[in-house]
Write a protein that binds this ligand. Sequence first.
Ligand code: HEM
Length: 203
Amino acid sequence: MLKSFHYFAGAVLALFVFAHLGNHLVGLSGVENHISTMEILRKVYRNAVVEALLILVLVIQVISGLRLALAKRGGVQDKWVLLQIVSGAYLLFFLVVHVSAVMFGRYWLKLDTNAYFAMAGLNTEGYRLFFIPYYLMSVFFFFGHIAAIHRQKMNRAVLGVGVAAQSISIVIFGAFVAVAIIYAMTDGFSTASFPEAYKVLTP
Ligand code: HEM
């Protein structure tokens, strides 16, 4: 029962996250394109009903994930199960902090929480020591979590590629996506500029 909740809430959440990460990859072609794509996507996920559903599945995901991880404590032998627990624990932390930060920025600071909202932390000396690994790991572990589930649920080779190799490919793909997003948001691993209004987020 708890597992089914976690699985279905996760599938709904993953739909949003794929679109969200796709949006960040568009940033490779410039921040203006990132922002205009986000404005299109927002028409869907900022719809009151869709956003309420998203927050609901997020809460279900975090609570059910926490309970499942606690039930698995101790005696984990399989490295894929370990990856599932470690990535899940990180995503749990990340989702709570990330969504609270976005809501704080939006409702308290009255900022448009677009690409510049993330870029402020990623391009400020000192802060970036936290924000670069924080975002890198979010994307890497998102794919790591999917790879671990794939390893356990999939039972056939595809085009001669075995299940373990499929799962490893998902992990490698996730690492590339993570690095590409940070590359886009830091102006090619240097320091991208962002508008004055977002300096309220930095010292
Ligand atoms: C490099 C990685 C990421 C960056 C830079 C980033 C940035 C952002 C930004 C700027 C927003 C605000 C969007 C808006 O105002 O329309 C946002 C919202 C959000 N992000 Fe991320 N994100 C990242 C990764 C992730 C990941 C991996 C997840 C999930 C596992 C995630 C889940 C969410 C959720 C649930 C929201 C709230 C959507 C809403 O209800 O408005 N993000 N993110």
